[in-house]
Write a protein that binds this ligand. Structure first.
Ligand code: NAP
Length: 496
């Protein structure tokens, strides 16, 4: 179950938001009395309430806004119990001074905005001993390992426990809470009104992660990277899981570089069966595999991991996805299904992970590859490893390519007015492929179209690589059109 926190200054707004949320399917809400401006009228907030409530009134030191005295706060909490609210949140230090009464369930809580303490079990036992119906621990997630610690605590606890790691590292603990046995997790009314760092909105929890469908058997997949907040992979993969009625969830895991090893050790304990891998881990994970699929050969970077029988197998779906997109484009360009990229001159812009995968694939297929990168040493190193040519970034227009592939982030949101290749050098005979997928219609692609070039978008590559990953994860063909649609919608104006 999702408990949606409502924090509004006016009674009228709190009541309206409560009604709206219930009409949207919310089964439990938290009324944050500390946000109410002026005197709190409990009877007004609780009269004809459309769903059970958790009553919370937080002091500043616990992340709240309560302006009154502690005595007034305790009085308010006691009154809420006397009114028969379904749950009341009592911090550990006041739990002893507010006795159980009636049917109101006691949520005994503790917040630590600095860390997830080492003695988590000890703290939990202390909270549970304070006549708790539910223990709530909200601690700052400083490392991805903190998620495993708090989720294990939930799983092993006899007293129902709501455990949350705050911060963007801790987001997985919010999504996976129910799977590990938490009676509920917290979400906000709207993604722009978060009350604690890393919180997701009710809509995100429902529409992206389908939280209420997750259970102990749900298999976990996800994407690791740093940063990860803007990854669109969760939207795409979760939509496909849902459409095919697969009991699985795809979670964004922010994993800083120095925590990669520990995360890979933790993955099976989080019930992780497969992962997508993005910047900065693609090359590092390739060195930690038990089995390297042949798709990694010559690239040395993995963007897909499978965890099975205690072994990690790595794959690279970027190269196949990019080449597949280009092969379709060249067939269209020449109006012949057997048209090939062999002997075509391909100018690859950039010398990072994507450039490496795509240049390798192009070289293998027989294209004449020229690499041009902003940092010439990096470009030269890549060209040397692939035995292809390189040209200085400032001299990139001296190449007369048949195919241009942008593997730099130039033109990516929010810098949508930038292009890595000047319009005046584009020719109708060219195929122009931009790996950037947000926006789909980059300036490079717009200008290429205006010059009558054949264009390939990053969305095409993204959907193809996601499809290949999904096949690796589940052994099933995903609904590609659905993946494309949700990706395009997500790239459009913000919805969540
Ligand atoms: P990366 O490893 O960080 O490499 C980025 C490359 O772009 C580096 O060579 C970098 O040069 C260069 N670069 C960065 N900013 C630049 C600028 N302002 N001007 C010129 N060059 C610049 O990243 P990556 O993983 O290869 O990803 C690159 C792009 O591919 C991203 O836009 C990503 O969205 C896209 N991509 C798309 C898909 C898809 O499915 N559509 C999949 C993977 C990647 P330096 O070496 O000088 O920093």
């Amino acid at each position: 179950m999702i408990c949606v926190s409502i924090a509004r200054g006016r009674h009228r707004h709190m009541i309206a938001e409560h009604r709206h949320l219930v009409s949207q399917g919310a089964k439990l809400v938290e009324l944050r009395l500390d946000y109410i401006n002026g005197e709190v009228n409990l009877k007004r907030l609780l009269a004809d309430r459309p769903s059970p409530v958790v009553i919370t009134c937080r002091r500043e030191r616990d992340g709240g806004k309560w302006p009154g005295t502690e005595e007034q706060r305790l009085m308010l909490l006691r009154s809420a119990i006397a009114e028969g609210v379904e749950y009341v949140d009592l911090e550990d230090d006041i739990a002893g001074s507010i006795p159980r009464y009636g049917k109101t369930k006691r949520v005994i809580s503790l917040h630590d905005f600095r860390r997830t303490p080492d003695n988590l079990e000890e703290i939990h036992a202390r909270l549970a001993s304070l006549d708790a119906d539910i223990v709530k621990l909200a601690t700052m997630g400083n490392t991805p390992h903190d998620n495993l610690r708090i989720l294990s605590l939930i799983k092993n606890s006899k007293v129902p426990t709501v455990g949350i790691c705050m911060g963007d590292v801790g987001t997985p603990s919010r999504i996976l809470a129910g799977k590990f046995g938490a009676p509920f997790t917290f979400a906000t009314f709207h993604h722009e009104r978060t009350l604690a760092p890393g919180q997701l909105s009710f809509t995100q929890m429902n529409d992206i992660y389908h939280y209420n469908r997750l259970n102990a058997e749900t298999k976990v997949y996800g994407v690791i990277g740093d940063p990860i907040g803007h990854s669109l992979s969760p939207i795409v993969h979760n939509a496909a899981f849902r459409r095919l009625d697969i009991n699985a969830v795809y979670v964004p895991f922010r994993v800083p570089r120095e925590h990669l090893d520990q995360f890979l050790l933790d993955a099976p304990k989080l019930d992780i069966h497969g992962l997508s891998v993005t910047i900065p881990h693609k090359e590092a994970v390739a060195k930690k595999l038990d089995v390297a699929d042949e798709s990694l050969t010559g690239i040395g970077a993995a963007n897909t991991l499978l965890f099975k029988d205690g072994k990690i197998t790595g794959y690279n779906t970027d190269c196949r996805a990019a080449l597949g997109s280009l092969e379709e484009a060249i067939a269209e360009h020449f109006g012949r299904a057997d048209a090939t990229l062999a002997h075509q001159t391909a100018l690859v812009l950039g010398a990072g992970g994507a450039a490496k995968a795509i240049a390798y694939g192009l070289k293998k297929i027989g294209a004449a590859v020229v690499i041009s990168g902003r940092t010439s040493e990096r470009a030269e190193q890549l060209a040397k490893s692939l035995e292809c040519k390189t040209v200085d970034w400032n001299s990139r227009y001296s190449v007369h390519p048949d195919v241009i592939v942008n593997c730099t982030p130039v033109g990516m949101h929010p810098n949508v007015d930038a292009t890595p290749y000047d319009k005046h050098h584009l020719r109708p005979s060219m195929i122009v492929f931009d790996t950037v997928y947000n926006p789909e219609n980059t300036l490079l692609l717009k200008e290429a179209r205006s010059q009558s070039c054949t264009v390939v978008s990053g969305v095409e590559m993204f959907v193809r690589q996601a499809r290949l990953q999904f096949q690796q994860f589940t052994g099933q063909d995903p609904p590609a059109e659905l993946m494309r649609d949700v990706l395009k919608r997500a790239i459009g104006p913000a919805k969540y």
